[in-house]
Write a protein that binds this ligand. Structure first.
Ligand SMILES: CC(C)(COP(=O)(O)OP(=O)(O)OC[C@H]1O[C@@H](n2cnc3c(N)ncnc32)[C@H](O)[C@@H]1OP(=O)(O)O)[C@@H](O)C(=O)NCCC(=O)NCCS
Length: 337
């Protein structure tokens, strides 16, 4: 383990004018095995930003709360960047939260306490900036990283799987009593309640999910009507009663997104019938991805042509009380109106 003197020599804030390429190389080395198309695009953007001198001159003025290109700390040894930690601040409801990402140490420098020191520095930074909490996501099979974060006081808040399909298949026929149709306006309260259960605040804040946009208001309908990438909402019925909702949202990423919100007592059946409908309406040339609570309806996803891309444990260190603020309560009320 390094001592405090060598620590002060090695850790420094990331400098966007010179660290972007070495950090991109380090991220590629450390995450190569699990990198998907969006990850490769992310690296491409970091490297492109490194070349854009004009942008980099402008960027320093953006200050602490700008998260692009990169913001965080590096570990430098013998003139090389061999460790990195990136901090992404987000203002959620009425609080600042930070997401810690890209914790990476070059393979030749591992098990010397570098990741621990970088994470401790990151946590100090977050605390110094008055944020309510620090979050991170770690693969459920990354035991050394999980051990590290547990030992630093992170607590598990959620476990989520990402499912990907290049071709959704209809699988077995669902029970004849199940039907699927366009979501009706009057079903919104039920849809909203089940979305909140399947995408609780503890995970929704860092997903590309805007539940408010799913509300069947006139503004959202007009917005969707004129959009070149409209979202469509579907309801699954059992004996005429809603048991689940699916919203298929086109994206500019490598896959479109499917948001599922289903009745707790009919999960398998609802997901099965909704995926069958998606097999008919999702464009054949686009992949579809689903973020869903881990260990839920696994067999149904697999039988419908989905592969589990990963299961991530969402972990948090909280610095403040979690009592909902008046702003949060007001926000919750406005969304349901
Ligand atoms: C995970 C990673 C960042 C750890 O970096 P590191 O500098 O080697 O970690 P540290 O030396 O600070 O070790 C931290 C703790 O994890 C343990 N640990 C680290 N690597 C380990 C391994 N391969 N096997 C078992 N334990 C390990 C250490 O023993 C230490 O625990 P201890 O202090 O109780 O002894 C590094 O392996 C890495 O870059 N992996 C690839 C990228 C990645 O998975 N990042 C995490 C994303 S969430």
């Amino acid at each position: 383990m390094v001592n405090q003197i060598s620590l002060s020599n090695h850790i420094r804030p990331l400098d966007n004018s010179k660290d972007l390429n070495p950090v991109a190389d380090l991220i590629e080395t450390c995450f190569y095995e699990h990198m998907d198309a969006d990850g490769r695009e992310y690296l491409h953007q970091i490297r492109r930003a490194a070349q854009d001198a004009h942008f980099l001159h402008w960027f320093p003025g953006a200050g602490e709360m700008a998260s692009y290109p990169l913001h965080g700390y590096v570990w430098e040894e013998n003139g090389e960047v061999v460790g990195n930690l990136t901090l992404i601040p987000s203002f959620v409801r009425d609080q600042w939260r930070y997401l810690i990402v890209n914790v990476a140490v070059h393979p030749d420098y591992r098990q010397r306490g570098i990741a621990r020191q970088l994470t401790l520095r990151g946590l100090d930074h977050i605390r110094e900036h008055g944020a309510a909490s620090a979050w991170l996501q770690v693969r459920d099979d990354n035991f050394s990283a999980i051990h590290l974060y547990n030992s630093l006081g992170f607590k598990e808040r959620a476990r989520r799987s990402t499912w990907i399909s290049d071709c959704i298949v209809t699988g077995d026929e669902p029970a004849p009593t199940t039907t699927v149709g366009r979501r009706l306006d009057r079903e919104w309260n039920m849809h909203y309640a089940w979305l909140q259960r399947d995408y609780p605040d503890s995970v929704a804040w860092h997903l590309p999910l805007s539940i408010r946009k799913f509300k069947p208001s006139i503004i959202n309908k007009l917005d969707n009507f004129f959009s070149d990438m409209p979202t469509s909402h579907w309801t699954s019925y059992l004996d005429g009663h809603p048991i689940g909702f699916a919203s298929i949202e086109p994206t500019r990423q490598s896959s479109d997104t499917l948001w599922l919100a289903v009745a707790p007592d009919h999960k398998e059946l609802a997901i099965k019938s909704l995926l069958k409908q998606m097999a008919h309406i999702a464009p054949a040339y686009r992949s579809v991805s689903i973020n869903y609570p881990a260990e839920t309806a696994d067999e149904t996803f697999i039988n419908s042509g989905f592969t589990r891309q990963n299961t991530l444990i969402w972990m948090e260190v909280s610095f403040k009380s979690n009592v909902p603020s008046i702003f949060q309560k007001l926000f919750d009320r406005l969304v349901t109106l």
